[in-house]
Design a protein around this ligand. Structure first.
Ligand SMILES: NC(=O)c1ccc[n+]([C@@H]2O[C@H](COP(=O)([O-])OP(=O)(O)OC[C@H]3O[C@@H](n4cnc5c(N)ncnc54)[C@H](O)[C@@H]3O)[C@@H](O)[C@H]2O)c1
Length: 360
């Protein structure tokens, strides 16, 4: 029997979840959105049978659901995950896992006692070049990764002014939490070590300048709030002796948008990078996957060709959730990793605010 899933949130990301679930053989039975029209339009275009104004209504009427997918603004992730887990459903939730580590710790408690699966949409792990790199790492070709640099820097990419993205109470923060993907990918390659110390700085230089608005995002809201950072720079050490540099920005005077993880290991270095052809446009992007080694006294670069993926792994990540439930694949991430990630994000904000190093 096909796994039955219900979606909560019919916004920009819903199409990727839907495509991934269907691709893996699941049946999307219902969609809930507080904006009834949005849910109806999405459902009609995909033949989804039922729409609801809330998760609560969906759970009341769709007793047979095996799983729920959550694609709402960040503030609602924790309450909706907990509601779905308590109703006995497996959960796939968009990133970030929660607004902060305290919320994520609460989620983890409920998940453990529920016995249900909980995966997050860290879609960049599912990109073909990330998986190719992971194969080399797991095969022992890289050795221990000593150091890494995680970078998602946009020059002019504020996702709309005054909407939920720029309102800290709704989003948890700006690019530090929104663009957490490369931090997560670096940690994934590094075997998710426990953090030791962190020193970070954030800036909000361009949060009042519409010239720094991205070509995508949500509509501006004239009376809305813009109280999040526009860029961050941080340095992190781990209990294992490893270290990580982090640069994230929505708006900073960089040459161009760069999305990359670069690392230096005992046996090889490596780089996974996405350069957008025209800033923000997936279709024309160039993905790189390279390994740097020494062979026979020479310095050698291996260029790994991976299948292009316009969706940046989003469809594959959603499919992985279903395949995990089917027992056909290993989960691409765990709630325990999500807690470490949220602790690091909290650490960046704390260090930036106190102007002091944070000890974990
Ligand atoms: N993985 C990625 O590449 C990626 C990219 C963009 C956004 N996201 C994440 O996806 C999530 C949603 O982002 P989006 O761009 O789709 O946002 P969006 O604003 O386009 O859509 C959110 C939808 O959720 C609905 N909603 C809000 N609260 C709700 C609630 N309590 N119950 C039911 N419906 C509710 C809204 O009406 C809206 O239709 C965010 O957490 C964001 O961080 C991930």
């Amino acid at each position: 029997m096909a796994i039955k899933i219900g979606i909560v949130g019919a916004g920009g990301m819903a199409r990727y979840h839907y495509e991934g679930f269907v691709k893996a053989g699941a049946h999307v039975a219902a969609i809930a959105d507080m904006n009834a029209k949005g849910a109806e339009v999405f459902a009609a275009s995909r033949g989804i049978q039922n729409t609801y104004p809330s998760l609560t209504d969906m759970l009341k009427n769709e007793k047979e659901l095996d799983a729920v997918s959550i694609i709402t603004p960040n503030k609602f992730h924790k309450p909706l995950i907990i509601e779905a887990l308590n109703a006995g459903k497996h959960v796939f939730c968009e990133k970030p896992p929660a607004l902060n580590a305290v919320e994520m710790a609460e989620i983890l408690e409920v998940q453990k006692s529920s016995g249900k699966k909980l995966l997050f949409d860290f879609n960049n792990r599912a990109r073909p070049e990330s998986q190719a790199m992971m194969q080399y790492i797991q095969a022992g070709r890289v050795g221990k990764i000593h150091s890494a640099q995680a970078c998602w820097i946009r020059r002019a990419g504020i996702p709309g002014f005054g909407g939920w993205f720029t309102t800290k109470a709704l989003s948890g923060g700006g690019p530090v939490i929104d663009l957490l993907h490369m931090i997560d990918l670096a940690l994934y390659f590094m075997n998710y070590p426990e953090p030791a110390y962190l020193l970070g700085v954030t800036y909000n230089t361009f949060m009042d300048n519409k010239a720094f608005k991205g070509p995508w995002g949500i509509p501006d809201s004239a009376n809305g709030v813009n109280d999040v950072e526009s860029a961050c720079h941080a340095m992190l050490t781990f209990k294992t002796g490893q270290c990580l540099f982090i640069r994230n920005s929505w708006a900073e005077l960089n040459e161009r948008e760069i999305v990359s993880v670069v690392f230096q290991g005992e046996k090889a270095g490596g780089k996974v990078e996405r350069l957008f052809g025209t800033d923000g446009i997936d279709e024309t992007s160039i993905d790189t996957c390279k390994i740097f080694v020494e062979e026979y006294g020479r310095q050698v670069d291996l260029a790994i060709t991976a299948v292009p993926d316009e969706t940046m792994g989003r469809v594959s990540a959603a499919a992985n959730f279903i395949e995990t439930l089917q027992g056909a694949a290993k989960p691409l991430n765990t709630p325990e990793e999500a807690l470490i990630l949220m602790k690091i994000i909290d650490g960046i904000y704390k260090s930036a605010e106190t102007k002091k190093p944070v000890e974990f």
